[in-house]
Design a protein around this ligand. Structure first.
Ligand code: DLL
Length: 442
């Protein structure tokens, strides 16, 4: 872990790498990239095989743009090498294993050396600090503990920052509320939809969510919108910032958002080199500002170096602001494999969230149902959304109509809107499932 620090302008002490110039950062990236590519080639048979088949060699990487000559790595590669085939160190050097459950197929398994764990903790600490969390604060960690990287990743980062960690994990919402009231944490770490579940449950108990001790929330692990940020910030009287990551690349803390600008997460580019590619034609590497699929190459990882990993997350790269050398990522609009294609129109749940939350009568609790009625060839989308408690039945009918029209105008899809009673849809315990695909399987 870096011990070298510089005095910042605000009350936080930043890592030196957060403040270096873009030129210095790119020089560091090139050295680390050259090392990583050679290291992966020498130690992981899959990389050797793929590079050889692709006709590239680590010595071909002379400048940063040469990375585009190297083949991609996909989730499928990790699955085929299940469980430990991607590890670049002997098992006794692997200090910890995490895995994603994987809704389809085998789990993807990831490993960390002691140094990887220290780097990960440093980057989560950096992200939390950027989002307003400070040493000495009490942090309520509601990310799930276990094989999922959220719980333990966030935990180690908060500890490394010097916080008092409350490791509650996800679920047991009543208990979460009791502990928030009794322990008086300053910050909460959770998925945005789980924080919404907590706030909702507080209101049911007659507790005003704006009255708690919480001042900061660091939210991620699923797509969320500016409208959801506004909803949570107002309801809970907090500052809510984004944290991004994925297990194949590390876990939470690949990127984190600064509370003073709240303009998207800064990718910690001293440890990860991002690229944006055309999701439909991956040979095309896109420029900054252009939307496409995010790809990552790790620069310092020992146990699981990852070269040009296709995340399937759709976003774009933006210039750094609060940390000028580190580029930001725009909000993730969705995952390419979560995209609904409805009669030729592409649609993401986040678009519905954005539209629905601008309609005062509608709550952020919604789900999308896809059906194909018998005898019909056309798919149908039904948006099931809860009304707000305060709204009358008459108010609901016009709100449903507005939502339907706005979806038609902004997304281009016709749909049915079904406004349901408050509390009738499933609540989040972590990553919320928004799409229910009930179409007959082909
Ligand atoms: O969700 C790691 C994480 C934990 C990130 C806690 C932030 C907080 P995975 O389970 O491997 O890892 O899922 C990774 O979740 O590819 C995105 O699709 C999505 N995701 C993660 N963070 C964000 C975010 C963790 N801030 C997948 N915004 C990623 C949108 C996110 N999507």
């Amino acid at each position: 872990m870096t011990q070298e620090t510089v005095a910042p302008t605000s009350d936080a002490v930043l890592d030196r790498e957060e403040m270096i110039s873009r030129d210095e950062l790119e020089a560091l990236q090139l050295t680390r990239l050259q090392h990583t590519v050679a290291y992966a080639y020498d130690r992981v048979p899959l990389y050797k095989r793929k590079f050889d088949e692709h006709g590239v060699h680590p010595t071909d990487l002379r400048e940063l743009s040469d990375l585009g000559k190297f083949p991609f790595t996909t989730k499928e590669d990790l699955r085929l090498e299940y469980p430990f085939g991607m590890f670049a160190v002997p098992q006794h050097e692997v200090a910890r294993i995490h895995a994603s459950s994987g809704t389809t197929g085998r789990a993807t398994v990831v490993g960390y050396t002691k140094k990887d764990l220290a780097d990960w903790a440093k980057l989560v600490a950096r992200s939390l600090r950027a989002s307003g969390v400070r040493p000495g604060m009490k942090v309520h960690n509601a990310y799930g503990y276990g094989l999922f990287t959220g719980g333990m990743g966030a935990h180690a980062g908060a500890e490394a920052l010097g916080c008092t960690v409350i490791p509650i994990s996800g679920g047991q919402t009543e208990r979460q509320i009791t502990l928030i009231q009794d322990f008086k944490p300053d910050a909460i770490l959770a998925t945005p939809t789980y924080l919404l579940t907590i706030a909702d449950a507080m209101m049911k108990q007659g507790i005003d969510p704006a009255s708690t001790s919480l001042k900061f929330a660091v939210l991620g692990a699923e797509p969320w919108t500016e409208e959801m940020r506004h909803e949570l910030e107002v309801m809970m009287n907090i500052k809510a910032c984004d944290i991004y990551g994925l297990s194949e690349v590390m876990g939470p803390g690949v990127a984190g958002e600064a509370v003073e600008t709240q303009d998207g997460s800064h990718i910690w580019e001293d440890h990860f080199r991002p690229e944006i590619i055309d999701a439909f034609d991956p040979t095309v590497v896109l420029g900054d500002g252009e939307p496409g699929e995010l790809v990552f190459t790790s620069l310092t990882k020992e146990a699981l170096p990852i070269i040009r990993y296709r995340t399937k997350d759709l976003t774009r790269l933006l210039p750094g602001t609060a940390r000028p050398a580190h580029r930001r990522m725009g909000r993730i609009t969705g995952r390419s494999d979560d995209m609904i294609i409805l009669r030729g129109v592409n649609l993401f749940p986040s678009q519905i969230e954005e539209i629905a939350l601008r309609i005062p009568e509608l709550s952020p609790h919604f789900q999308l149902e896809l059906t194909r009625p018998e005898g019909q060839r056309m798919d149908q989308l039904t948006v099931k959304i809860e009304r707000r408690e305060s709204v009358t039945i008459e108010g609901v009918a016009s709100a449903a109509k507005v939502l339907q029209q706005q979806i038609k105008i902004h997304v281009g899809s016709s749909c049915t809107v079904d406004v349901v009673e408050p509390g009738s849809l499933e609540r989040s315990n972590g990553k919320l499932r928004r799409i229910y695909d009930m179409r007959p399987k082909a």
